[in-house]
Design a protein around this ligand. Structure first.
Ligand SMILES: [Zn+2]
Length: 166
């Protein structure tokens, strides 16, 4: 079946379908992503890719409009932006994202452009070495971030307003 988020052709995994309520991903795609996380946790040299991978994956699988999905898309797109355009590492990005997700924050739904990136988690899983995996995570990140270009300005403004509050 084709994943609604990233467009990857993945096997159906019925027993996983209810596990990820607000992620707009096919169960087989989610399963591939958890496999990638497992590999990234097993090899410390892939740790930064794991942090970035969360932002990439969630940005590529926005799901349907709703409070939780809207917030998730905003938070993870700000994370992608800060990592790619400001060189934030995982820890700095996590601190900034926690501030985006403040309890009083409002999140309008960002209509996802289509397609949402040229690469998918399956491309990264096909890597044959840690070096290749790191390179593919960055290509995957760039492709998803570029796909969201119609909303770049809104995301930059939101990030700037949060960072300006000190
Ligand atoms: Zn997918």
């Amino acid at each position: 079946m084709i994943c609604d988020g990233c467009g990857a052709n993945v096997p159906d995994v019925p027993e996983l379908r209810a596990d990820h309520l607000y992620v707009g991903a096919a169960a087989g795609c989610w399963s591939a992503y958890t496999e990638l996380i497992g590999r990234q946790m097993a090899d410390r040299s892939l740790g930064e890719g794991r942090m970035l991978g969360v932002d990439i994956y969630m940005s590529q699988h926005p799901g349907v409009p709703g409070r939780q999905s809207s917030q998730s898309v905003w938070v993870h797109l700000v994370g992608l932006y800060l990592s790619l355009e400001h060189g934030y590492d995982g820890a700095a990005s996590a601190r900034a994202k926690a501030r985006v997700a403040a309890p009083d924050a409002e999140f309008t739904w960002l209509e996802p452009p289509r397609p949402l990136g040229r690469l998918t988690v399956l491309d990264v899983l096909a890597a044959e070495s840690p070096d290749e995996s790191r390179r593919l995570v960055h290509e995957w990140a760039d492709s998803v971030w570029q796909a969201w270009a119609p909303h770049h300005e809104a995301i930059r403004l939101r990030a700037a307003s949060i960072l300006a509050r000190g």
